[in-house]
Design a binder for this molecule. Structure first.
Ligand SMILES: [Zn+2]
Length: 432
């Protein structure tokens, strides 16, 4: 009833001042954040995060030591589901794709949800040693920062909100996603937005990642990845000399690809990451392949590089067929799409970004905005406000995607950052 009254007052105002102007002035993000930070409930939640620092670290270590390579997140997902249930959301479940989901109801009940997520998967293959090593307040292990400690922080958020009896206007859907890293190609978040039970019900999205809480990712770098294979008839290196050779075509293609001109802004990049193939040193090979990665802040620029790359591959095959004998067969080039991440942005003027900025500043940090490739790409590409936010103090993590990945869990800066991260979520979901 109250909202109906409010609507009847604000509508004429909106009409009088122009809809967007009136809406922008109706929310004072900084004032709202101050109100939340000063509330007894938030102070109780912050005090609990402080008391629970050791537990957050321990649970992060426990989860880090359960391997979660791409497509093999299941064991970690099951453990996280149990922990989420124990944290106060007994209905936590695993969806068809492997994501862990748990809904915390809000007071408003408009049927829409705000997602607060972190990703389960790491880039590391199954046999990687994931035992956590301690050095002072630093923890070393593959995946410890990206993104496993964020899973533990999600649990701490839930426990803090439950014990302080925090009420939010919006329903919050806590999610641990699968498939955020390269080969997973955002399969978890893609399922969430295009197939799962909450598709069309998500109004905004947070991904919590390992970086500093001062850094807000509001741009999603799009990428396309291909495996290009050159096939040919093969033969003996001496006896069949003169036949077309797929490796020569591949080499020519790589060289041409390296010369594509791209804009510095919007930043557009390309690389060959892996190359392979061949039969033996004394054979003209049957095939050779390479995996290429192209990225851009702009979808049209990405498409231009992609089209050029595909043309170069065909031309290289044709060039080799022209240069040498095709009497035993021709070289063919086959390009297979192995990665497709859409690009997108969340405007810094959206309420979501304004709340995040106000909360980060209230925490005493200086905000910076950046582009990256994360789970937020998917909602951004659909026009749904999404941000990837941090949960650690600035410069307290490093070497992610490497075997000597580390994070610093020193209590005071970590608790302050985690508390700020929680304040972003609570401001954006309308803590009462
Ligand atoms: Zn990550």
């Amino acid at each position: 009833m109250l909202s109906a009254v409010r609507l009847s007052i604000s509508l004429p105002l909106a009409l009088a001042f122009g809809a967007s102007g009136a809406v922008a002035q109706s929310v004072n993000h900084a004032a709202d954040v101050s109100r939340i930070l000063a509330s007894p409930a938030f102070k109780a939640a912050a005090a609990q995060l402080d008391r629970e620092h050791g537990r957050i670290v321990d649970e992060g270590i426990k989860l880090t030591e359960i391997p979660a390579p791409p497509f093999k997140e299941e064991a970690r997902a099951r453990e996280f589901q149990k922990m989420l249930q124990a944290a106060g959301l007994p209905d936590a479940k695993i969806d068809e794709e492997g994501n862990v989901l748990a809904l915390r109801k809000g007071t408003h009940g408009d049927g829409k949800v705000v997602v607060v997520s972190a990703h389960l998967d790491t880039v590391f293959p199954a046999a990687t040693d994931v035992k956590v090593k301690h050095q002072g307040s630093k923890l070393y292990a593959p995946g410890v920062g990206d993104d496993t400690m964020s899973l533990s922080v999600l649990l701490a958020f839930v426990r803090a909100m439950q014990s302080a009896n925090i009420k939010t206007r919006d329903d919050i859907l806590f999610v641990a996603t699968v498939g955020e890293e390269g080969p997973g190609d955002l399969r978890g978040v893609r399922h969430l937005f295009t197939k799962g039970q909450y598709k069309n019900k998500i109004k905004s999205f947070f991904s919590i990642e390992s970086g500093g809480v001062d850094s807000i990712t509001n741009g999603g770098v799009g990428s396309k990845r291909y495996r290009v294979t050159f096939n040919g008839p093969g033969g003996h290196s001496f006896g069949a000399f003169g036949l077309v050779n797929p490796m020569f075509a591949l080499g020519q293609a790589a060289s041409e690809f390296s010369r594509i001109q791209v804009a510095a802004s919007p930043k557009t990049t390309y690389s060959i990451g892996v190359i392979g193939g061949g039969t033996s040193v004394n054979s003209i090979p049957l095939s050779g392949w390479m995996e290429v990665d192209m990225r851009s802040e702009s979808m049209p620029d990405l498409k231009r590089v992609e089209d050029r790359m595909l043309k170069i591959m065909q031309e290289a095959a044709e060039g080799e067929n022209f240069a040498r004998s095709t009497k035993e067969g021709k070289i063919t080039a086959e390009a297979k799409l192995i990665g497709d991440r859409p690009a997108g942005t969340t405007d810094v003027k959206t309420d979501l970004a304004q709340f995040a900025k106000a909360a980060v500043e209230a925490g005493g940090y200086k905000v910076s905005y950046r582009w990256s490739s994360t789970d937020s790409n998917l909602p951004m590409s659909l026009g749904i406000p999404a941000l990837t936010i941090g949960r650690s103090a600035p410069d307290r993590s490093g070497r992610s995607h490497s075997l000597d990945e580390w994070i610093d869990v020193e209590k005071e800066p970590m608790v302050k950052a985690v508390t700020t991260s929680l304040s972003i979520v609570l401001a954006a979901t309308g803590m009462e």
